[in-house]
Design a protein around this ligand. Structure first.
Ligand code: NAI
Ligand code: PYR
Ligand code: MG
Length: 479
């Protein structure tokens, strides 16, 4: 729907003349109204509800708004607000988006996929809701994540929205609060596990390729740790698939580390890297190992205590601190804590965004170490070239491509990643590098091989401009 952007001619042909106000707006004017409307909401969750309704009402406008205001609006449709939206999903639910497939649909998954109205699906983001960001098991409420990730496929990489399908596999939830929640929208039962669950996922994978073809990209998102690794291992050489939380996150972290080397002028082998995890007592480990790089992704909010940060500030001139857990309240420390406790020395990045920090007269701009810098570009490269199986090399290429784009000015400001408002260029660059690799190594299946890879990818991108509802006039002989 174009709303008031319909021309008089279109309104007459479509029989909608008089049903919309007698004002004709350009898309730019509509965009202006949308920006004002978002700003009017005080609460981020209300901004989220507004943006989701815009996505339902006028898709092109929604994507243009998002792609032109990434820094401002990504925190709404993505982390941190999407986390809150998932927690309140039963309350804010307005219209369905994506497919819900339950364990009771076993034996019929293909038929359910056929109910989806679009035939040309190229990419699926699927979750079973067991580990939504750092918020734990949210069952069917997790649908906000595949919807949000795919919104970024389009807004950050220009992948056409009708080619994207969000899916939630509902096998129950072990979240007692949700099982008691009268607003809960999913199956009210404990998770099905074991062979029955595994067979269900097998059937899902088979049904997807039967319905949409062998090359359909399947991004696994926010599955529980055990299943995430299991399915990556099981399917990576059979299907066109990757796990965003494992591979996308590793890639963005590597990109960040490569960028830190440009600041510290050191090699990675000169660094001592400590990953928080596996229940270690972190303070003791930091004291003993004296790391120069500290990375947290265990969803333990505040795990990087002031004492730990102060020690990091003592061990090296430029300590690197990555607080990757999402959403914001799960971050290992805030940007402010990191800069203050290291006396402004640290190089900081976090999974959810933090605003710039003023400290001792200097402005520090934290980086956002989030896989959103990686997965849209990887997906674009994979879809355009028809890669069958996505190797680790693809994620290494993505990491190198991303880190190569950080400018000296950005590094000086403390940024490890390009400014968010350049993220669409990053996706295009990542996709181009992947395309070059895919054709060089023979793992592309889109032929003939395009000479200019970037021009080819650009030609595939989503067009935010409205199309005309008036058919073109053909030249046709009079007789
Ligand atoms: N920045 C980004 O792009 C991404 C961030 N994440 C975030 O990372 C966090 C974790 O995600 P996953 O690894 O998938 O979760 P997970 O639950 O699979 O793994 C968490 C790990 O932390 C360990 N752990 C738990 N409590 C601990 C404690 N008290 N001390 C030390 N280690 C502890 C567990 O043993 C486990 O190995 C989430 O907050 C998620 O949002 C995940 C993917 C991407
Ligand atoms: C960013 C992301 O994928 C996560 O926090 O799970
Ligand atoms: Mg995730």
């Amino acid at each position: 729907m174009k709303g008031m952007a319909f021309t008089l001619e279109e309104r007459q042909i479509l029989g909608i003349h008089g049903l919309i106000p007698p004002r004709f707006k350009t898309q730019d004017e509509q965009l202006e109204l949308c920006s004002i409307s978002v700003e009017r909401y005080q609460e981020d969750l209300n901004k989220y509800i507004y943006l989701m309704s815009l996505q339902d009402r006028n898709e092109k406008l929604f994507y243009r708004l998002l792609s032109e205001n990434v820094e401002k609006l990504m925190p709404i449709v993505y982390t941190p607000t999407v986390g809150l939206a998932c927690q309140k999903f039963g309350l804010i639910y307005r219209r369905p988006r994506g497919l819900f497939i339950t364990i009771y649909d076993k034996g019929h998954i293909y038929d359910i996929l056929r109910n989806w109205p679009e035939a040309d699906v190229r990419a699926i983001v699927v979750t079973d809701g067991e580990r939504i960001l750092g918020l734990g098991d949210l069952g069917s409420y997790g649908m906000g994540i595949p919807v949000g990730k795919l919104a970024l496929y389009t807004a950050l990489a220009g992948i056409k929205p009708h080619q994207c399908l969000p899916i939630t596999l509902d096998v129950g939830t072990n979240n007692e609060e949700l099982l008691k929640d009268p607003l809960y929208i999913g199956l009210r039962q404990k998770r099905v596990t074991g062979k029955e669950y595994d067979d269900f996922i097998d059937e899902f994978m088979e049904a997807v390729v039967k319905r949409y073809g062998q090359n359909t990209l399947i991004q696994f998102e926010d599955f529980g740790n055990h299943n995430a690794f299991l399915f990556l291992d099981k399917y990576r050489n059979q299907y066109c698939t990757f796990n965003d939380d494992i591979q996308g996150t590793a890639s963005v972290a590597v990109a960040g580390l490569l960028a830190t080397l440009k600041i510290t002028k050191k090699r990675l082998s000169d660094q001592t890297i400590l990953f928080q995890g596996a229940g270690e007592t972190l303070e003791e480990a930091v004291e003993k190992l004296k790391p120069t790089i500290l990375i947290g992704a265990a969803a333990v909010g505040g795990a990087f205590t002031p004492k730990i940060l102060q020690m990091m500030g003592k061990f090296s001139e430029r300590p690197v601190i990555f607080a990757l857990s999402n959403p914001t309240n799960k971050a290992e420390c805030t940007a402010e804590d990191a800069y203050i406790n290291t006396d402004g020395k640290c190089i900081f990045a976090s999974g959810s965004p933090f605003p710039p920090v003023e400290y001792k007269g200097k402005t520090y701009i934290p980086g956002q170490g989030n896989n959103s810098y990686i997965f849209p570009g990887v997906a674009l490269g994979v879809i355009c070239t028809g890669i069958h199986h996505i190797s680790e090399k693809v994620f290494l290429i993505a990491a190198e491509a991303l880190s190569s784009l950080v400018t000296d000015e950005e590094l000086k400001e403390g940024r490890l990643y390009p400014n968010l408002n350049k993220i669409t260029d990053c996706s295009l660059h990542i996709a181009t590098r992947i395309a070059e690799y895919a054709y060089e190594t023979g793992c592309a299946s889109t032929y003939p091989e395009p000479k200019d890879k970037q021009a080819f990818i650009k030609s595939q991108l989503y067009n935010y401009e409205y199309s005309s509802a008036v058919p073109p006039v053909y030249k046709w002989p009079n007789n």
